[in-house]
Design a protein around this ligand. Structure first.
Ligand SMILES: Cc1ncc(COP(=O)(O)O)c(C=O)c1O
Length: 354
């Protein structure tokens, strides 16, 4: 069996939920869309059994959770895409976000059984999804006439919360605070909002990234560190001496500057490890850093083992996670940790540990 796998630490996931709770009294909707940010949807939900609700991106994800026995509220963060989803939403007790008029019209036209709660999405400045603040009263009025709608809440999303001095966030907060109907529950904060903007906590926070132990600001925030849930691991499958001038891998663009030991790690872009880097990344071999050399292949990559005396075939290699933050690998790759976590491919086994 290939040695590459993502090992998953259930204790770390629960610890990170506790870190959310330490920072807010709001209820917690754990955002677990995109296959639980690559960690595996049912596993994340089952491990986070203390979350008050879950947020997903599609009916398919919600049904996967229900099939796995998840009974908490499940919010469809983009609502439904077509009216044909409504009967299933009612049957499974899901909570859609309503962000467009056609969704209200579809609920109006629905003649089947059941009622649902909804979140009305308000565009406070991100300009992606949601009703403009000037449309909110009419939208609430329309939803209140529907027998199919039970409770209504306001939900909005922060565009720039990673920046602690963001004027845009200050404007979004002011806009959300001006909405009518103070009695309706509100949900605003993502991870960065939870960590940096207490004024956004409202009634329900929606952490994603921080639950997985990753900082949305690229560095730890505050005194209670998050713990990485996923460690991407593999092993050395070859260790060989290469002569000075030897070209390593596809294209041969790396040439050994001296006689040196080069290891081959059994992981590649076919597993979701990035292929393009702005700065040379390192992996950990025997706890020591070993820089990548040459191009990343589909199933393998090569590393410079000059800093790891005694490295041998079978040694464990950490690509990110415990001891090597995914934030750092993302920076080297010129991307964000979200894309690395969500980009892990299906063939990579996830192995959970209690
Ligand atoms: C609507 C919504 N809420 C909350 C989140 C969670 O964000 P984060 O992972 O930054 O905490 C997301 C993630 O993209 C989202 O789209």
């Amino acid at each position: 069996m290939r040695p590459a796998c993502a090992s998953l630490d259930a204790g770390a996931l629960r610890h990170n939920l506790e870190q959310v709770r330490r920072r807010t009294r709001a209820r917690v909707m754990a955002v677990i869309k995109a296959n639980g940010y690559g960690h595996g949807l049912p596993w994340v939900a089952q491990t986070l059994d203390q979350a008050d609700a879950f947020g997903v991106a599609s009916l398919e994800e919600a049904l996967t959770l229900r099939a796995a026995g998840i009974r908490q509220d499940i919010c469809l963060l983009e609502g439904f895409f077509e009216a044909g989803e409504i009967p299933m939403i009612m049957a499974e007790g899901l909570t859609p976000v309503i962000h467009e008029h056609h969704q209200i019209a579809a609920l109006h036209a629905y003649r089947g059984a059941g009622r649902c709660d909804v979140w009305l999405k308000v565009d406070t400045g991100m300009h992606r999804l949601g009703f403009a603040p000037t449309e909110v009263e009419a939208a609430v009025g329309a939803l209140r006439t529907l027998a199919t709608v039970r409770r209504i809440g306001f939900l909005s999303h922060l565009a720039c919360a990673e920046d602690p001095g963001s004027e845009a966030t200050i404007a979004q907060v002011a806009c959300f605070a001006r909405l009518p109907y103070p009695e309706l529950p509100r949900s605003f904060a993502n991870s960065a909002g939870i960590l940096l903007w207490p004024a956004t906590h409202g009634d329900w926070v929606r952490p994603g990234l921080m639950l997985y132990g990753v900082s949305p600001v690229g560095a730890p925030v505050g005194d209670a560190p998050l713990k990485p849930v996923m460690t991407l691991r593999s092993r050395l499958i070859s260790v060989r001496r290469r002569e000075r001038g030897a070209a390593i891998g596809y294209g041969g663009d790396y040439r050994c500057p001296e006689d040196m030991t080069v290891g081959v790690v059994g992981v590649g872009y076919g597993d979701g490890y990035p292929r393009e880097f702005k700065t040379t990344p390192s992996v950990l071999v025997r706890g020591q850093r070993a820089p990548l050399v040459g191009r990343v292949s589909m199933d393998m990559l090569s590393v410079d083992l000059r800093g790891v005396p005694g490295a041998a075939i079978g040694d464990e290699v950490v690509l990110w996670g415990a001891g090597l933050p995914v934030e750092e690998v993302a920076r080297d790759a010129g991307t964000i940790p979200y894309t690395l976590l969500c980009g892990l491919t299906q063939r990579l086994p996830r192995r959970a540990h209690p």
